[in-house]
Design a protein around this ligand. Structure first.
Ligand SMILES: Nc1nc2c(ncn2[C@@H]2O[C@H](COP(=O)(O)OP(=O)(O)OP(=O)(O)O)[C@@H](O)[C@H]2O)c(=O)[nH]1
Length: 498
């Protein structure tokens, strides 16, 4: 017995020092396990990538800078707009007779972009220029002038260190579809496979409507169909771009129709009473949207005078839409197929500028009330309008009555929005800090940033992984302590014996 006890007392596993050493090693091992797990799964320090898109519109050019986390560029990372710059002066199509000025006009915003994108990222940052309806019109009218403008613009953009990917005209279909992608990407509707939001874009020279309809599979009027597979979901998008039905060209169409006989004075219900301005016939008809209608023998100028009457203005505007022919099951206007509008819509660009100015962005207000408010606004004297808004550009101010009436007419008469479907429109400028428009969708497409299939997601988010490892380690530690408890009690007895 005593020999046995001697053996037990001499076992190296039973000494207090050994137990303390084992405990310390156990604790160190567990701490090491947790540390390694945490460090191994820690997100890499955030590095960003950048992309620049120039939107060369009919009325002006704007530059957008986008940023996204570098390690997630082909699936889960969110692309965000970090900066925008409005180019001074008109759109590039206005420089047809002085093309080099089109290139020069971009340099201030490009210098801003140089400041905003980190220096060491310039070479790898793609730079795109997309031109819309202004250049579409110039190209139709004078393709060599359009080529020269592009040459000048490309030359100017190549002076910068960014990775210039070319300048081109977007088709109306691309403009509509990429606007739709932008809106739904920013709203996280694509990744989650939710019901999508339609896109309504009102530019200066063209306007786009794009939406998914359960009544449209692309078989009727295939030219209005764009199909996408995004994040594992198939979309069949209806889209149409109406050239000459942007806000500025629609105004020309409306004025052209009032000047068919070449009068010296036009009394225009879409402008405020008291508004009067001498305008040139040559300027009014200087666009392929109206040039063929220029009245023969018209005087050089006409006196454009406002009468401020919403009802009459709407009648004038309705006349620029042709509702008389349709070879499809249903049409919007000018013989263009359109399924019934469906779902929520985001309306941006001039839809937003105009309705925001007029305080009419609340679409829960009944359409009749919206019309009443616009009727009052149009009937306000020009002197009152200018006194109330002396900081607003006079050109914009003079046109809000026309623009508001045009928007309501286009939506309700053109696209057939009813009082009910109108309430599903949201006038938007930005979504989560990024401007609504085609540019983001365009860049996402060209950089393959939206995968066709849903990306594989890790089984657990980082925080979940760390929590589970920590809990497991603590449990392990408790089990370990419990398992060595008998040794502790024997050890204390031994100490007594000693
Ligand atoms: N009231 C107001 N109007 C604006 C503003 N910015 C642009 N606009 C006008 O809104 C209309 C649409 O502008 P954009 O969306 O830039 O259109 P765009 O790209 O030039 O035209 P498209 O080439 O047809 O797409 C034009 O008539 C512009 O003159 C603004 O800040 N306020």
């Amino acid at each position: 017995m005593s020999a046995q006890r001697d053996m037990k007392e001499k076992s190296p596993w039973r000494t207090p020092v050994t137990i303390i050493i084992i405990t310390v090693i156990g604790v160190i091992a567990i701490v090491a396990l947790v540390t390694v797990a945490v460090l191994q799964n820690k997100p890499l320090s955030q590095k960003y990538k950048y992309g620049i898109v120039l939107d060369a519109g009919s009325s002006h050019t704007a530059l957008y800078i986008y940023e996204w986390p570098a390690e997630k560029d082909n699936n889960t990372g969110r692309v965000e707009q970090t900066h925008s710059c409005k180019v001074q002066g008109p759109g590039i199509s206005a420089y047809a007779s002085d093309p080099w000025k089109a290139g020069e006009s971009l340099t201030d915003c490009m210098h801003e972009a140089q400041q905003k994108v980190p220096r060491n990222k310039h070479e790898e940052t793609p730079l795109y220029l997309g031109a819309t309806a202004g250049m579409r019109l110039l190209n139709m009218e004078n393709s060599s002038a359009s080529d020269q403008v592009f040459q000048a613009v490309e030359e100017a953009l190549r002076q910068f260190q960014f990775s210039f990917q070319g300048a081109r005209i977007l088709s109306g279909q691309e403009e509509g579809a990429f606007g739709w992608v932008t809106v739904n990407y920013l709203d996280d509707r694509l990744k989650q496979g939710l019901e999508t939001t339609g896109a309504l874009d009102l530019g200066g020279a063209s306007t786009q409507i794009s939406f998914v309809s359960s009544n449209y599979d692309g078989s009727e009027s295939p030219k209005n169909s764009v199909t996408f597979r995004l994040y594992g979901n198939d979309y069949n998008l209806y889209t149409h771009s109406f050239l000459c039905y942007g806000k500025d060209q629609a105004l020309r169409l409306t004025l052209a129709q009032q000047t068919l006989s070449g009068p010296v004075i036009i009394s225009d219900p879409c402008f405020h009473k008291g508004y009067t301005k001498i305008k040139n016939y040559a300027d009014l008809y200087d666009s392929p949207c109206v040039s063929h209608r220029k009245p023969q023998g018209a005087p050089a100028t006409f006196n454009h005078t406002g009468t401020g009457n919403f009802q009459q203005c709407q009648e004038q505007i309705k006349r620029i839409f042709n509702f008389t022919y349709c070879k499809y099951s249903r049409c919007s206007f000018n013989g263009i197929f359109q399924p019934l509008v469906q779902g929520p819509f985001g309306a941006f660009s001039a839809y937003y500028f105009v309705m925001d100015f007029l305080n009419l962005t609340d679409t829960s207000e009944p359409l009749t009330e919206v019309k009443d408010k616009l009727t009052k606004y149009c009937a306000t004297l020009w002197s009152e309008i200018t006194a109330q808004h002396h900081t607003v550009k006079e050109k914009y101010l003079a046109e809000y009555c026309f623009a508001g009436t045009y928007i309501l007419t286009l939506l309700t008469e053109g696209y057939n929005f009813t009082s009910e479907s109108y309430s599903k429109i949201k006038y938007i400028k930005q979504i989560k800090g990024s401007d609504a428009g085609w540019t983001l969708g365009y860049m996402l497409n060209l950089t393959n940033m939206i995968p066709a299939e849903a990306p594989d997601s890790p089984p657990l988010p980082h925080a979940g992984y760390v929590s589970i490892v920590t809990i497991m380690a603590i449990l392990l530690f408790i089990v370990f302590i419990l398992s060595i408890r008998p040794l502790w009690s024997r050890c204390s007895k031994q100490l007594h014996i000693v």
